[in-house]
Design a protein around this ligand. Structure first.
Ligand code: A3P
Length: 279
């Protein structure tokens, strides 16, 4: 287990100090463009899926790549590795994946943001498998979940992330998309996203695009999405894991479920949200 050293900056507590350094570099060196498109998520909430959807919509289903990050880079990774020249060379519109909290992002005035959220429990469980894959977590499942539920997991507290982003979900430059709605009706959400971004819907290619964004297709091409392929240079595993499909789920301990419900209720109260808005 990595030690989590909470750091506070601009009113936000980061569970890992390196996040703060990334933010500082970002503020100093990143040059935003008005036509940038951001995909903003708490990790494991459907980021890669949305990247794929956008890449395919913009290319009318023709995009070919070895790894999705070639088409849609991870902003913080670029910042950490000082790849600012690379970011400069990317053609417009850039599709930038980011897990930065709202206050840390510095979009140009006209940039659009897709803000994606997912059920908290599913997000935490997916985080567990992610960190296990990355070999950054070797402790039992229950301990990991217990930390996440109490806002002390990796990255920053999920509640804090939501506290930052949710008040902006209806801003004119933000489109809020729920992972579960993509699962229910991917085509509907694809059209909604295209309308928001002003991308003409390639009707004759829509079926092919949706097929490429299906769980089955993405799972078959897991190596194009697995973060280790790009970053850790290990052999690909099962990054596209369960995808919210049925199957046996690891049960959460009753005490963790109760704590989560209590914290969700508190968050809803604070932000005046409905049950369907943070869940
Ligand atoms: P699970 O671990 O629950 O399976 P992110 O891209 O933000 O890291 O999110 C990863 C989660 O999105 C994983 O969830 C992954 O399986 C799921 N996912 C990726 N592509 C998907 C798709 N086409 N359909 C449904 N879920 C998808």
């Amino acid at each position: 287990m990595l030690l989590s050293v909470p750091v506070k900056m601009a009113g936000v507590v980061y569970n890992q100090g390196n996040r703060m350094r990334e933010m500082l570099r970002f503020r100093l060196e990143f040059r935003p463009r008005p036509d940038d498109i951001y995909i903003a998520t708490y990790p494991k909430s459907g980021t890669t899926w949305t990247q794929m959807l956008l890449v395919q919509l913009l290319s009318k289903g023709d995009a070919e790549f070895d790894h999705i990050l070639q088409k849609s880079p991870y902003l913080e990774e670029c910042i950490k590795n000082q790849r600012f020249a690379y970011l400069e060379r990317l053609p417009s519109p850039r599709i930038l994946k980011t897990h930065l909290p709202y206050g840390a992002l510095r979009p140009a005035k006209d940039s659009r943001i897709l803000f994606i959220t997912r059920d908290a429990k599913d997000t935490f469980v997916s985080c567990y498998h992610h960190f296990e894959l990355a070999r950054r977590w070797r402790s039992p499942f229950d301990r990991f979940i217990s930390e996440m539920v109490r806002g002390r997991g990796f990255f920053m507290s999920w509640y804090q992330y939501m506290r930052e982003w949710m008040p902006h979900r209806s801003d004119s430059n933000v489109l809020w998309v729920r992972y579960e709605d993509m699962r229910k009706d991917l085509e509907g959400q694809a059209r909604r996203i295209a309308a928001f971004l002003g991308i003409p819907v390639p009707e004759e290619r829509m079926a092919a695009i949706l097929e490429k964004c299906s769980f089955e297709y993405m799972r078959q091409h897991d190596h194009k999405f697995d973060f280790r392929t790009a970053i850790y240079e290990e052999s690909p595993g099962t990054f596209i894991r369960q995808g919210g499909k049925g199957g046996p789920k690891q049960p959460l301990r009753a005490e963790d479920v109760a704590e989560l419900e209590k914290n969700l209720a508190k968050l809803r109260g604070e932000l005046h949200l409905k049950e369907t808005e943070v869940y």
